[in-house]
Design a binder for this molecule. Structure first.
Ligand code: TPP
Ligand code: SF4
Ligand code: MG
Length: 284
């Protein structure tokens, strides 16, 4: 796409909204911006309706700022809180039926390869834990087993937040939510390990409490998916509204969980992906 497609037809500059003009002049398309440049350019998502202190909003902002090639990226989302922000993201994005996101992304990736054989197009799924680990798990795992060259990013808030707080497969054992008042009876699902077993070439768990690490794993996952095969990133993104903590404490809560050994960052890299990453990271 690059800025060419965004360019305003001569004579229309005056009537285009200022945000659009700013995006054309000062957006990230075609530039090699990373999270270190945040604050110096027009971001792909600036306003959104998510709650104050929402962990998803933090993860989403950092993820969008870490895309290696936003102008050639299509996001596939699913129903859930994050979907409320997607209409305001200045990127091609598709809202798929809840749980179908990896099936839609697989078809899209294949179609883009046929339509633009000479071009790289990154297809990135960004969906909640309910969509990824519960209702869509079949489609997610099948896309990994088929080795689709897509990246799956889970925004893990450990709940069905958008529907008022049910437990999900990703909630911790004992978690109490509005609609799980006696506490969850089963342990949190180990999706990174499942992704690894299902053949993902690159798997990582990270959080917005460590922005540089988050940026690195998102970038790695997208680049490996382009060249080698499916990749999975799990971003721990707590929800102050459903877990009823102070919205100012989202980042400190993540750090505390890490200290208590209840959350840990991870990375599984296949040999092929490791060799590929070494070659491009050394070059850079
Ligand atoms: C096919 C279908 N089933 C169920 C729903 C209801 N629904 C909407 S959002 C949601 C929960 C989403 O949870 P999650 O994926 O974790 O996203 P979050 O809201 O926590 O970000 C559910 C069950 C729906 N919209 N469509
Ligand atoms: S309910 Fe939770 S996950 Fe949803 S927007 Fe609010 S803080 Fe974020
Ligand atoms: Mg959720």
């Amino acid at each position: 796409m690059k800025t060419g497609m965004l360019k305003i037809s001569p004579g229309f500059e005056e009537i285009m909204p200022p945000e659009y003009r700013e995006l054309v002049d000062n957006g990230p398309y075609g530039k090699d911006y990373g999270i270190g440049d945040l604050g110096s350019y027009k971001e792909l998502l600036e306003e959104h309706p998510l709650c104050a202190g929402c962990g998803l909003a933090l993860s989403l902002r950092l993820t969008l700022a870490s895309l290696p090639m936003p102008e050639d990226t299509v996001i596939v989302g699913s129903t859930g809180c994050s979907a409320l922000a997607f209409p305001q993201v200045a990127l091609h994005n598709i809202h798929s039926l809840f749980g179908n996101q990896n099936a839609v992304a697989s078809g899209l990736k294949r179609a883009l390869k046929l339509r633009f054989p000479e071009k790289e197009k990154d297809v990135v799924v960004i969906a909640g834990d309910g969509a990824t680990a519960d209702i869509g798990l079949d489609m997610v795992m099948q896309s990994w087993l088929r080795r689709e060259k897509i990246t799956t990013i889970m925004l893990d808030n450990e709940a069905y937040a958008n529907t008022g707080g049910q437990e999900s497969g990703m909630s911790m054992q004992g978690a109490v939510l509005n609609m799980a008042p006696t506490g969850k009876k089963f342990p949190k699902l180990s999706l990174p390990e499942i992704a690894h077993t299902c053949g993902c070439a690159y798997v990582a768990a990270a959080s917005p409490a460590k922005p540089k690490q988050l940026a690195k794993v998102v970038r790695r996952a997208i680049l490996v998916a382009r060249e080698i095969g499916p990749t999975y990133v799990q971003l721990y993104s707590p929800c102050p509204t459903n877990y009823k903590f102070n919205p100012k404490e989202t980042v400190s809560l993540i750090k505390q969980r890490e200290k208590d050994g209840l959350y840990q960052s991870k990375e599984y890299i296949s040999q092929e992906a490791q060799a590929f990453l070494e070659s491009i990271e050394v070059k850079k």
